[in-house]
Design a protein around this ligand. Structure first.
Ligand SMILES: NC(=O)c1ccc[n+]([C@@H]2O[C@H](COP(=O)([O-])OP(=O)(O)OC[C@H]3O[C@@H](n4cnc5c(N)ncnc54)[C@H](O)[C@@H]3O)[C@@H](O)[C@H]2O)c1
Length: 442
């Protein structure tokens, strides 16, 4: 199949429901980069190169020069929040970036004021803002969100818009009943069914506006079969869920290595302390459950106990998150990994990661926004599994197990880019080099 990719002409709008720590760190970072004050460190789309052809060809362009992505100068940010603070105020309160760095981009940030949120405290108990839409029914709220998207696009003279959910984690819900088929969801929307979370209303509105949607939190949103159906009907790209940063990033780097060397793992205890607003939301057990499910799935897939019961059959995996205000956004995680090797001898690995949550998440949001915009321009619709590299709980085609190994995910991402550009896929087989060498000697 040949892909006709539309050029990234004009401006790209990135709308984010939730202008909190992650979103404001991204916006401030891009403003700082555009002023020549910072580099987009951690952004694979901006800083990483992709090998093309054989190793001997020495073709290694930057990804942003290989595929047509929106330029950082051509991005316009906006969003919604239940607190009315502009992005400068919200970023100052989030305390991720130092005051002098925020001052340097103050004007750019002050201009961005959140639109009123669609919010329901039943889904996030620990927040209580009043910058909230007053429409009462689901259908009215969807219409209001569609108007917001249209106005944002028109006022900023944008060519395209994408939405990345950077809002709080909503309480846990299963993808059953009304979420399983589009006609059932439509009926539930008409009935104002209180099981439908606000995030799904944003997503529904985005899809009807032809706007690609990425879910950065672990809540049920575009991974519901009904929403996948809606996205396919409307030819819209979607992806989710839950940005892969911090502890899970480490897990999906370390676990594939242990598995690759056939080392056994009998226990993996992960604990975190963090003190930002995300931590406050996750302090509620219903919201933590959503995060826990997302975090737990990772090891099960990488260390597949069914295929290797002797190595992973007894694996005990535990994840804890504790709200601890003094640490703010600087999350600290500890992992204790009990492994075993030759003749069953036990060993331990300890990882103490003093990370900065939003510093790790910001480039992930940027790449997801740029790549989902690329997917839409390449007419790749529905679930974009190749973006699982950035996600803790990657959404896949129905019935397909998710791939969590970060190295396989990277290969999938790079090969997708090669594929849509008509370049050869890279298998790393390498035997052809040796064959050529033998032939040249003979
Ligand atoms: N930082 C990371 O490393 C990381 C990793 C994975 C996932 N996430 C997820 O990303 C999201 C954002 O994280 P954060 O640290 O910026 O959190 P945050 O609490 O600082 O920001 C979230 C913002 O969303 C707003 N919000 C909540 N519900 C909303 C709604 N219905 N509409 C509009 N706004 C709404 C809140 O008022 C808040 O300002 C969270 O769900 C978090 O779990 C973050």
């Amino acid at each position: 199949m040949e892909y006709k990719i539309k050029e990234a002409t004009g401006k790209l709008g990135i709308l984010m429901p939730g202008l909190g720590a992650v979103a404001t760190t991204l916006i401030a970072g891009v403003a700082s980069i555009n002023k020549g004050l910072s580099l987009p460190i951690g952004s694979v789309s901006q800083m990483s190169r992709i090998r093309l052809g054989k190793r001997t060809e020495d073709r290694n362009p930057l990804i942003k020069d290989f595929v047509p992505l929106a330029g950082l100068q051509d991005i316009v940010f906006g969003g919604w929040d239940l607190y009315a603070d502009n992005v400068f105020e919200a970023a100052s309160k989030a305390k991720v970036l130092e005051a002098h760095q925020l001052e340097a981009v103050r004007e750019d940030l002050e201009k961005i004021v959140p639109m009123k949120a669609v919010f329901n405290r039943d889904f996030v108990k620990n927040l209580d803002g009043d910058h909230v839409k007053t429409q009462r029914t689901h259908r009215e709220l969807i219409e209001a969100l569609r108007e917001d998207i249209k106005t944002f696009k028109a006022e900023n003279n944008l060519d395209r818009v994408v939405i990345v959910w950077c809002g709080s984690t909503e309480k846990y819900i299963d993808a059953e009943d009304i979420f399983t088929e589009l006609p059932k969801l439509e009926q539930a929307l008409d009935n104002n069914d209180d099981r439908i979370p606000p995030s799904m209303l944003y997503c529904y509105a985005a899809i009807l506006e032809g706007v690609p949607y990425v879910n950065g939190a672990p809540n049920l949103t575009c991974d519901a079969p009904a929403i996948v159906e809606l996205a396919l009907e409307n030819n819209v790209a979607i992806a989710g869920k839950d940005f892969k940063t911090g502890q899970t990033l480490m897990k999906t780097i370390v676990a594939p290595g242990l598995q690759a060397r056939a080392l056994g793992v009998e226990g993996w205890f992960s604990t975190n302390i963090l003190g930002n607003r995300d931590g406050l939301v996750l302090d509620d057990p219903d919201n933590f459950k959503t995060k826990e499910v997302s975090k737990l799935s990772v090891l099960e897939e990488i260390l597949d106990a069914n295929k290797n019961p002797e190595l992973y059959g007894d694996l005990y995996h535990k994840v804890r998150i504790n709200y601890y205000p003094p640490h703010g956004d600087n999350k600290e995680s500890w992992d204790n990994i009990d492994i075993f090797g030759w003749m069953g001898y036990k060993m331990q690995i300890k990882i103490n990661f003093l990370c900065r949550d939003s510093i790790l998440a910001a480039p992930v949001v940027l790449d997801l926004a740029l790549f989902i915009d690329l997917a839409q321009r390449a007419e790749m619709h529905g679930v974009q599994e190749w973006l699982s590299f950035y996600l803790k709980s990657p959404q896949t085609a129905p019935g397909l197990p998710a791939e969590h190994d970060i190295f396989k995910q990277l290969m999938k991402l790079q090969n997708t880019l090669r594929h849509i550009k008509g370049e050869d896929l890279i298998t790393h087989l390498g035997l052809d080099y040796y064959q050529e060498l033998i032939e040249s000697i003979q």
